[in-house]
Design a protein around this ligand. Structure first.
Ligand SMILES: [Zn+2]
Length: 160
């Protein structure tokens, strides 16, 4: 599936399904989703993908509150500890060397599903000194934090 930006569409399809399940027939007013920076999700792309995924479900037209959690990059080289939503990747030279493996093929422009899962700490560099001797923690959250339903049930919804 060339050109598909796997991350957002796949995530949103999953979220829409879960929300539709929870809604049990109610309309959804708004949702709050927490996503760690390590998932490299673009907020705008996420909202678009979500409204597409939610079409025809209970979450159609729901407002999306996206909460991004930072990653913490601890650098061995300069000793700094940086919290960032946008951790720098290792140098382009490094990335190109890795991508060129496939006999001169141009590096893929988009990450597809599998590649998305490979974005671990190996990919990052220190935001201060650009060293790649870093330890990366946090930023891998992926959670549906809250769902607000349109207020209409007089009987409180059953909690399961
Ligand atoms: Zn550093």
């Amino acid at each position: 599936m060339p050109g598909l930006r796997g991350n957002e569409s796949e995530l949103c399809a999953e979220f829409a399904e879960v929300i539709d399940d929870q809604a049990a027939g109610r309309r959804v007013e708004a949702v709050r989703v927490r996503i760690g920076a390590r998932h490299a999700v673009d907020a705008e792309a996420f909202r678009r993908a979500f409204s597409e995924a939610a079409r025809g479900t209970a979450a159609q037209d729901a407002a999306v509150h996206l909460v991004l959690s930072p990653v913490t990059v601890e650098c061995e080289a300069c000793g700094r500890r940086t919290e960032t939503l946008d951790p720098p990747l290792r140098t382009p030279a490094h990335a190109q060397t890795a991508a060129r493996g496939a006999a001169g093929a141009p590096p893929p422009r988009t990450w597809t599903g599998d590649a998305g899962d490979d974005r671990d700490e190996e990919a990052y560099a220190c935001p201060r000194c650009a060293s790649d001797r870093v330890t990366v923690t946090g930023g891998d959250e992926l959670a549906l934090e809250a769902v607000w339903f349109r207020t209409e049930p007089i009987v409180p919804p059953q909690t399961r």
